[in-house]
Design a protein around this ligand. Structure first.
Ligand code: NAP
Length: 291
């Protein structure tokens, strides 16, 4: 099948690799061209614009950073909607707003195309190991069409409802992650201060009621003082901002998520916005080194 993929950063790069390995033709575009070099060397086809990707492909995936990037690649002067998309299917993997997902769905429908929002969870490792969880919003028919490709990229995927419901599910996911990241960080700070052996504590906690994905995946990186992304602090702040905006629209107050966002904002103010989210511990440990 002729696929298109726009946005080959931390996540997109690995995902395109799996689609190529599964034997698909993949037309690629990324703002920084160099990030497609390795993929092109492995058989991907470079396109000069998102418009060209869309005109050359049957199913077009996007995995960019922010809602503003999504808007640009769909509606911009070199965007997907600048070409005829009749009969094509558009899939946005970016964590973005439910409203924008609904708008893209409507525009696509008016142009005779299908659109689904399909944000993911599972981190850089999930993308690399093809174990992503994919949260889908849109029509059943489009979901069924794209499902075999989700099977190449992930392990868990479900249609959550109409357009935008994938993004709402991802917000529910991020609200949970806000709790596990702050919990893991304070747990390590406390255990260290109490003079405990951190690898042993993590091992023990992993077998009990405190076991969680953040601890399993990020605490080993903290112990190695590896603060590379992973999942960018700046993207988590974006996600928590969307989650809190959506909660406000629904008349909900989420004090723990609000506090998590405040802590991540402080981290970004200290200059760590391009670190991975495990860098939260730098609010306690100087440069992320335990004393
Ligand atoms: P990333 O490394 O920054 O990748 C985003 C890519 O999109 C970059 O290569 C960027 O190009 C490209 N891009 C941005 N705007 C563009 C545009 N207008 N036209 C073309 N390309 C554009 O980020 P990531 O970690 O892969 O994350 C991507 C999305 O997935 C984000 O929404 C993030 O919140 C979400 N997510 C990430 C993770 C994770 O663990 N990393 C997990 C789940 C969800 P440049 O190279 O020029 O910057």
């Amino acid at each position: 099948m002729k696929l298109g993929f726009i946005g080959t950063g931390v996540m997109g790069q690995a995902m395109v690799g799996h689609l190529l390995a599964a034997g698909h033709t993949v037309n690629v575009y990324n703002r920084t061209k160099a990030k497609t070099d390795e993929l092109v060397a492995n058989g991907a086809i470079w396109c000069d614009t998102p418009t060209e990707v869309a005109s050359e492909s049957e199913i077009i995936f996007t995995m960019v950073g922010y809602p503003s990037d999504v808007e640009e690649v769909y509606y911009g002067p070199q965007g997907i909607f600048q070409t005829a998309v009749t009969g094509k299917t558009l899939v946005d993997f970016t964590t973005s707003t439910p409203d924008l997902a609904e708008r893209i769905y409507q525009t696509a429908k008016e142009k005779g195309a299908a659109s689904i929002d399909a944000p993911v969870s599972g981190g850089d490792l999930g993308a690399r190991n093809a174990t992503l969880t994919i949260m889908v919003g849109g029509d059943e028919e489009a979901y069924q069409q794209v499902k075999p490709l989700f099977e190449v990229l992930g392990k868990t995927f479900q249609l959550q409802g109409g357009a935008g419901k994938g993004q709402h599910t991802k917000m529910a996911n991020q609200i949970m992650i806000a709790g596990t990241m702050t919990g893991m960080t304070e747990m390590l700070v406390y255990a260290n201060q109490a003079g405990l052996d951190l690898p042993r504590v993590i091992d023990t906690l992993s077998g009990g009621g405190a076991a969680n994905w953040s601890m399993t995946n990020y605490s080993p990186r903290i112990l190695k003082e590896d603060y590379s992304p992973g999942f960018f602090v700046k993207h988590f702040i974006k996600d928590l901002g969307i989650a809190l905006d959506e909660a406000k629209k629904m008349g909900l107050d989420l004090p723990s998520t609000t506090l998590a966002k405040k802590l991540y904002d402080q981290l970004a103010e200290k200059g760590y916005e391009n670190d991975g989210t495990q860098a939260l511990i730098k609010l306690w440990w100087q440069d992320g080194k335990k004393s």
